[in-house]
Design a protein around this ligand. Structure first.
Ligand SMILES: [Zn+2]
Length: 123
């Protein structure tokens, strides 16, 4: 189950406290992701927040922004929900992740935020 992986991947086993595992399980289920994809999303968000990742290209298309994620080396679509006025990341399946927080730093996206055309949670 999960997303198709393109290119090489590294596999390793980690040991977690059951409380942390249950939390990951719960959030993964809420987002409709498997735990691997959730953990990757969390790491990608951490990497954006600590200067280890960046958007190297983006473009607007109708109600979405497609960004090129440097670490993932692939595109990620952020869809604009015109009713809720939020950006939803199709990869992380949330309105708040590294992609959304990096995208809102793009001047063109900031313009839309200022005009109230996009509202982002937890700014
Ligand atoms: Zn994301």
């Amino acid at each position: 189950m999960g997303r198709k992986t393109i290119g090489r991947i590294e596999r390793w086993t980690i040991s977690l406290k059951p409380e942390i595992d249950r939390l990951l399980e719960k959030v993964a289920k809420e987002r409709g992701l498997n735990k691997t994809d959730l953990v990757e999303s969390i790491i990608i968000e951490w990497a954006y927040n600590h200067g280890y990742n960046k958007i190297i290209h983006f473009n607007f298309r109708d109600n979405s922004i497609t960004v090129w994620d440097y670490l993932l080396n692939e595109t990620v679509d952020l869809h604009y929900d015109s009713v809720k006025k939020t950006l939803i990341c199709s990869r992380c399946r949330t309105t708040y992740c590294g992609h959304v927080s990096a995208a809102i730093k793009i001047p063109e996206v900031r313009q839309k935020l200022k005009k109230g055309q996009i509202v982002v949670e937890d700014l």
